[in-house]
Design a protein around this ligand. Structure first.
Ligand SMILES: Cc1cc2nc3c(=O)[nH]c(=O)nc-3n(C[C@H](O)[C@H](O)[C@H](O)COP(=O)(O)OP(=O)(O)OC[C@H]3O[C@@H](n4cnc5c(N)ncnc54)[C@H](O)[C@@H]3O)c2cc1C
Ligand code: FES
Length: 249
């Protein structure tokens, strides 16, 4: 992990309330899929955790949805040529064994962004992607998701693709594609539905969790989650990726 001065190359809107930010670091930073960065916005005391979507040497891309003050200021105040202080790479990231070849990727909301990094990285795998959005206007980064062997876009209102959630779309095809692992990220209700869908099937499911964070480096304990063995884990340092049965969701 290091703190870098990032020079913004582009910060543009790509969907309703979603922005794609590309910046350049001084040196190439190796980033695993599922790892994230902490972006310092203005003089705000806490950096914002955002998943790395694409890492190409010194060029890093993240996508963020407007939420509160930090993300609104990031969208409105930061233009190409300006700088940001960024901590990266953070967290453990997704990893897959050699024998895990057929992989289902299930994402919803801002959870699709770390999964794009997984689709880009695990090129030797057969990837079936199920990506959920609110509606047509929220769909973005389709050209990246199309790297998967098969892509299913799901929308809550059916305005494009499958009418329903990404988990429902996955569940309909699960027995046919027989995934050897599932990678997932999304809101808690989505992860709960996924946990139910795979219960008793013996498929390892690796989920990336989203918790409020303070430091992002394991020091403040703001981000802890409950593990099923009774212990607590720091999402920023021990995660954000956990096997789904390892944590209380
Ligand atoms: C590992 C990880 C990866 C993430 N990746 C992405 C991503 O790729 N794209 C994206 O749009 N969002 C992502 N998020 C969520 C993102 O961090 C929050 O939306 C963002 O911090 C909100 O900041 P804000 O100032 O706009 O909102 P505010 O609500 O004003 O934030 C107040 C404080 O709460 C924290 N906070 C608020 N919501 C969240 C949240 N959902 N998760 C964590 N901290 C939160 C903020 O960091 C800040 O410290 C990720 C979160 C985590 C933990
Ligand atoms: S955010 Fe500080 S320990 Fe995780």
């Amino acid at each position: 992990m290091r703190e870098v001065t990032a020079v913004i190359l582009e910060n543009k809107q790509i969907a309703e309330e979603v922005y794609e930010l590309t910046f350049c670091t001084e040196q190439s930073v190796p980033v695993l899929p599922g790892q994230f960065c902490m972006i310092g916005v203005g003089g705000m005391p806490l950096r914002r955790p955002i998943a790395v979507c694409k890492a190409e040497g010194e060029r890093i891309t993240v996508c963020y949805r407007l939420k509160g003050e930090g993300t609104h200021r990031l969208a409105s105040e930061y233009k190409a040529g300006e700088t940001l202080r960024v901590l990266l790479p953070l967290g453990n990231g997704f990893s897959l064994a050699k024998e895990q070849k057929r992989i289902a990727v299930v994402g919803g909301g801002v959870g699709i962004f770390p999964l794009i990094s997984a689709i880009r990285t695990f090129r030797d795998k057969e990837i079936y992607a199920y990506m959920g959005f609110r509606n047509r206007g929220a769909v973005c980064m389709e050209y990246e998701m199309l790297r998967a062997k098969k892509l299913t876009i799901a929308t809550d209102d059916g305005s494009v693709g499958y009418h329903g959630t990404a988990v429902q779309a996955f569940q309909e095809e699960m027995s046919r594609i027989k995934p050897q692992a599932v990678l997932a990220c999304g809101p808690t209700p989505m992860l709960r539905a996924l946990k139910q869908a795979v219960a008793g099937k013996g498929i390892p499911v690796y989920v990336s969790l989203e918790e409020r964070m303070g430091c992002g480096i394991g020091a403040c304990l703001v981000c802890t989650c409950q593990k099923t063995d009774g212990a607590r884990a720091r999402v920023c340092k021990d995660g954000p990726v956990f096997e789904i049965n390892e944590v209380e969701i």
